[in-house]
Design a protein around this ligand. Structure first.
Ligand SMILES: [Zn+2]
Ligand SMILES: [Zn+2]
Length: 305
């Protein structure tokens, strides 16, 4: 029997189809449509461990490839060429297919196994999955915190794997495409997948370990938005309506495209803050500014001595 109703003693026997379960669940007062669908799914599956594992595996596949598809179509539509950051480099169908196969291999052989351990870990540290869900304001606040924490994790570990042998052994695979495209977001060595993936999956777990206040639905929202961020950052397109024009600290595609183009600088994932304050911005303009700053510093030092 599922624990999706938590301490509320609602016992709905599993039915033949999820629709039949939904017909019973829909009459429970105080639940919105998403919560009813969520509860029906867990009741129908009748095995919470398997239900969470399958949910996260499918969420990852649907959101990843679902978000990559529009970018694939945009790449094949001449109208959008004026928005391409590196307009003369397009991934061939062969490259995209090779990339898809590699990403799928990683999803099945590197990520599928840890996903099945996700539910027991969640139960142990107190991640709830019952209905109703937390308020939208709490979900928004926690997801925003995860964005900032993941960005810090990503900045330091991504910068770390650009050093010497780490780059050669681990990170070189991800830099195969100097002009990235959506599907290349998760094209990476298994060690990199685990290391940088911890920022996405591990941070909410650590957060819940200390706060004892997190819902599985919030993690679903967070992982979906983080996937969208990573895929969009690799899209290779910069539009007048791109988010960083309105939210100035947001990194976006032009930030990460420069990283792939120059192989150095712009190590953060979602925000421009770490690279700005630690002087690791990529690109010719940033290089000139850096040189100007160090020249000014040298002149000031010379005046003092
Ligand atoms: Zn890199
Ligand atoms: Zn990248």
């Amino acid at each position: 029997m599922s624990n999706v109703f938590g301490s509320n003693s609602i016992d709905i026997p599993s039915k033949e189809s999820i629709w039949q379960v939904f017909q019973t669940v829909k009459d429970i007062p105080g639940l919105n449509l998403v919560e009813k669908a969520w509860a029906s799914y867990y009741v129908y599956m009748d095995n919470d461990l398997f239900a969470t594992g399958l949910l996260f595996f499918l969420l990852h596949e649907v959101m990843y490839f679902g978000r990559c598809l529009p970018w694939y179509i945009i790449d094949r539509t001449p109208y959008f060429k004026k928005y391409k950051i590196q307009p003369n480099i397009y991934p061939s169908d062969k490259e995209q297919w090779e990339c898809t196969k590699s990403v799928l291999k990683s999803h099945f052989f590197v990520e599928a196994l840890p996903i099945w351990f996700f539910h027991p870990i969640c139960e142990k540290i107190g991640v709830s999955y019952d209905v109703p869900f937390p308020s939208w304001s709490k979900i928004a606040l926690q997801v925003s915190i995860f964005f900032f924490l993941e960005d810090a994790w990503h900045y330091w570990f991504h910068r770390g794997i650009h050093y010497g042998s780490f780059y050669r052994i681990i990170h070189k695979q991800h830099h195969r495409y100097a002009a990235p495209f959506g599907l290349a977001a998760e094209y990476a060595h298994p060690i990199e997948v685990m290391l940088l993936g911890f920022g996405t999956v591990g941070i909410p777990i650590v957060w819940c370990y200390f706060t004892r206040d997190l819902h599985l639905f919030t993690i679903c929202i967070w992982i979906t938005l983080r996937l969208f961020q990573a895929i969009d950052a690799h899209s290779g397109y910069e539009f007048p309506i791109s988010l960083h024009h309105f939210l100035l600290i947001w990194a976006g595609a032009d930030h990460h495209d420069e990283h792939h183009h120059h192989f150095i600088g712009n190590y953060a994932s979602s925000f421009r803050l770490w690279d700005y304050f630690l002087d690791t911005e990529a690109g010719d303009t940033a290089k000139k500014t850096r040189e100007k700053h160090s020249k000014t510093r040298a002149e000031l030092m010379a005046q003092k001595t």
